[in-house]
Design a protein around this ligand. Structure first.
Ligand SMILES: C[S@@+](CC[C@H](N)C(=O)[O-])C[C@H]1O[C@@H](n2cnc3c(N)ncnc32)[C@H](O)[C@@H]1O
Length: 234
């Protein structure tokens, strides 16, 4: 495997995570992050949200098994959370993990690319480790939808895989090479990693209408496979 190579045979997004739902949390805890990074990353996702007893409305895009929800619920115990994900198996595990919060968590088995996110609905929208499979145009259109779905003054908090500026084009070229050989994905799109640099993330978010961008946490700025958490304010 070279430094930036993706998996050999791309799989469709929902099917990819349905197959790996069991064991997903352990993979993130044991393979992707050290214990310290795991704590820091998932806590950073809710760090911009001031602790409150208010029932803030929060949308989680690509919520998976809900790793980001435990620290979030500690800060905002009465949050009304909508979790959206294309993998039914990941959502099932989330449901099992948070039985006491059944009334405050609504799960939608849907793609955030197709589903309406509404208008001025949410105080916060969050997304962890989910959007690094999108091409720049698709991502920016999604950011515009997110911007419109936030209440005035609302914030979008994203934690995701990022890369160095000089590696972006290699990931894109690798994606193009892989996608050329694949039939159109019946269920939307393929699981192929296309991380961008933090600078590109900032450009895409500001280009979608957000007024401010702030980097909150970064794992290793010099690494090709890096991770970061940043917040964009309407
Ligand atoms: C790496 S997991 C992250 C899950 C969780 N947020 C976390 O940090 O552990 C990525 C999740 O995004 C979901 N996903 C990918 N594309 C999606 C889309 N277009 N709409 C909704 N969910 C999507 C996948 O099914 C998967 O559960």
């Amino acid at each position: 495997m070279g430094e930036i190579e993706n998996q050999e045979q791309p799989e469709e997004m929902g099917a990819f995570f349905d197959l790996r739902a069991i064991g997903y949390d352990d993979h993130i805890k044991d393979v992707v992050y050290t214990d310290e990074e795991f704590e820091q990353f998932y806590q950073a996702i809710s760090q911009p949200i001031a602790p409150t007893e208010q029932p803030l409305k929060i949308l989680d895009l690509g919520c998976g098994t809900g790793l980001e929800l435990a620290p979030l619920l500690r800060r905002v115990p009465h949050a009304q959370i909508t979790g959206m994900d294309v993998s039914v198996n990941m959502l099932k595990l989330l449901e099992e993990k948070y039985p006491a919060q059944q009334r405050q968590i609504t799960l939608k088995a849907a793609s955030y690319l197709d589903e309406s996110l509404g208008s001025q609905e949410y105080d916060y929208i969050i997304s962890a480790m989910s959007l690094h499979h999108l091409l720049p145009d698709t991502k920016q259109k999604l950011y515009q939808k997110i911007y419109l779905a936030l209440k005035p003054g609302g914030q979008y908090i994203e934690g995701d895989t990022v890369t160095r500026k000089d590696a972006e084009n290699e990931f894109l070229a690798e994606y193009e090479g892989q996608i050329k050989q694949m039939p159109p994905a019946a269920n939307g799109y393929y699981h192929i990693d296309i991380p961008f640099s933090i600078d590109t993330q900032k450009e895409l978010l500001l280009g979608a209408g957000f007024k401010q961008f702030k980097l909150i946490w970064e794992k290793d700025y010099a690494a090709v496979w890096n991770a970061a958490v940043y917040v964009a304010t309407t």
